[in-house]
Write a protein that binds this ligand. Sequence first.
Ligand code: SF4
Length: 486
Amino acid sequence: MDLKQKKVYIHTIGCQMNVYDAEQMERGLSPIGYVRTPEIGDADLILLNTCAIRAKAEQKVFSFLGRLVKLKNERPELIIAVGGCVAQQEGKRILSRAPYVDAVFGTHAIGRLPEIIEKIRAGQGPVVDVALSAGEAAFNPFPMSDTGHHPPEKSISSFVTIMQGCDNFCTYCVVPYVRGREASRHPDRIAEEIRTLVAGGVREVTLLGQNVNSYGKKEGLPTFTQLLERISEIEELSRIRFTTSHPKDLSDELIGAFGRIEKLCRHIHLPVQSGSDIILSRMNRKYTRKEYLAKIDRLRGLCPDIAISSDFIVGFPGETGADFQKTLELIQQVRYDSLFAFKYSDRPQAPAARFSEKIDEAVKAERLGEVLDLQQRVTLERHRSLVGQDVQVLVDGYARKNEGRESGRGIQWTGRTDTNKIVNFYGGQDPENTVKGDTGACGEEIFSGRMISVRIKDAFPHSLSGVPLHPAAIGPGTKGEKHHAA
Ligand code: SF4
């Protein structure tokens, strides 16, 4: 085995599941001599981590691959590998569209990635590996304890996969076909991974699964709520988030957990997809609008401040103007904190691709615009209602725009409330600011990873800004972080 250090560039398209998979790929390649580079031009290996959930994401895959032809012609020794959902779905068809690709590896082949790359380096390519595995072998092939490799960059938050695949077969979705059937990971492995992350500085974990509410049911493992209770006992872990929860499986046990488990963030992502029962039935979502709303009421009854977000698909085959109005009414009624909305697109393996009454692209675009405009107004109103309140912010690091350094206002930091709102504030080097962080190597005060009380002063469509409060309000991680009226 050639242990000379080589560079891998990983380009990820898609959801948090894919971001997590990219970390797994990086960790798996480390023992065979690869380090990650942010520069594609420096790479000896380019990994394209793909998403098949929407046509647009799939188009991005082939346009990215198209841009690699020149690099491969200049440096034939460059290895190009395609992984993730499009790789799983298309298999060797990728090689006929892009013959310069050296490897295609599916969603369950990440554990075999080092061998795949070694084969190519030994001149045995191209390799296509899209076999689906069962049980534990399906995920997390490279636990951090194996390599001693701390999360790629010192992160405050980390994703942790608790399940793979899905058994729900919504008619528009390819996940059951490209990620396989539902499988849950053993709680001991999950707890082990979180303890390792926490030892490396992580303070917040997001548990990932397509439908966390059915966690453990097939395998006879503890319920998802019991898993949350177990994880909440890990000291030094401040916050637990999870995504995604299918509305049909949202149990009273889990709803009750929001009022009871202190570390569980008061935010739930509950994708509804449509406000029309006719469309929900065609989507095979297995709940009605009324049942969905009843669950929202129960959540808010137990935890009035809970933030609720959702996903919507507009222009599903057969969606009439009246169906779409029901979607708008639902958004107005629930008053989500935020939402993601997408235009429906046919996915080759999904049944809805064969449904008639396809909606015109221009109508879809118009409906998407209406949903986004409505939600933007609601989000801004909700953000404005927080002005004057004190919130607890877990600080991620520097804010992206940091004009404060030049203006002498200090460094702008960013973090999130437990309700998942982005809050920016100035701290350190600000003469009027009483809050002091730890001192970093270059003399700056470091707030990353700390829980800071911030009084909200201003509201924007995507974020809030405020001023940090008295130093006594700062803690290394807190329990019971509630909003207080100022
Ligand atoms: S619940 Fe439906 S939309 Fe979600 S992953 Fe499963 S099949 Fe896809």
